[in-house]
Write a protein that binds this ligand. Sequence first.
Ligand code: AMP
Length: 290
Amino acid sequence: MRTISTISDLRKLLCVDKKNLSLGFVPTMGFLHEGHLSLVRRSKKENGLTVVSIYVNPLQFGPTEDFKKYPRDLERDRKLLAQEGVDVLFVPTDEEMFGEGTMCKDQTIISPPECLTNCLCGKSRPGHFEGVATIVVKLFEIVSPNRAYFGQKDYQQCLVIQKLVRDLHFPIDIVMCPTARAKDGLAMSSRNIYLSKQERKVAQILYKSLQYGKDEVLKGKISLAQIAAKSRMFLEKIAQIKVDYFEIRDAADLRTIKKIGVGSKVLIAGAVWIGKTRIIDNMLVRIRGC
Ligand code: AMP
């Protein structure tokens, strides 16, 4: 595996190596876990070359968020990726991504449409999806992949990226991969390292509440609003938990919906604070006919 930190070196290498191979790309912020590695394996399976990036993107963190303490361990990540047979690891510096001295100021910013960003995570993290979209566009321009792999765990992010790829005419297939979970259902996340032993035990409740929501949606006995309210109450009973949101929305465009019909697909999504750690998760439910 080659590790590269400059854009020009990466472009040169890919020019030589790519030839007729399809290129799969997995952008990450590092501190890798099985979720990231499942994306890497999928890319390896579907492409002749796989590039992974590790970059903790300052643009997607709010001023009071955990940018500084976000977990980092490049050496461990490098070993994991080499074991998976990744071809190239791209680890740019801030200067490389933003130009010397400019950092996040005076940058061209990609602004995804509000209909996708004014709800769920976008509501509690203003500017987050602009930061994500801006860095993803830069990375797409640099890497020029045929396919890019993202996790369903960040479903709203996937929709934002699918939209920008359509709107900006990137010839890139966006592949959404299933959420990798721990045995008790907790979605894997680099931030799970922040959880104390006791908080880690409590954390599985988010998965359970989504599972409850999914079962109720499939039963179809009570309204979606009632299901969301009950799930919220279920979560709020736990003293250590503060619910950021728990909502059921149209999976295609995140519109609020009151009723679902046969064939429709809904997103059940939740975000909770456990102590100082915010975790998110979601499930998709498709209503099938008889
Ligand atoms: P991050 O490093 O958290 O920015 O994540 C990089 C990519 O890995 C994103 O596309 C995430 O959606 C994806 N990802 C993170 N956690 C998981 C997970 N538990 N299962 C599948 N994909 C994940």
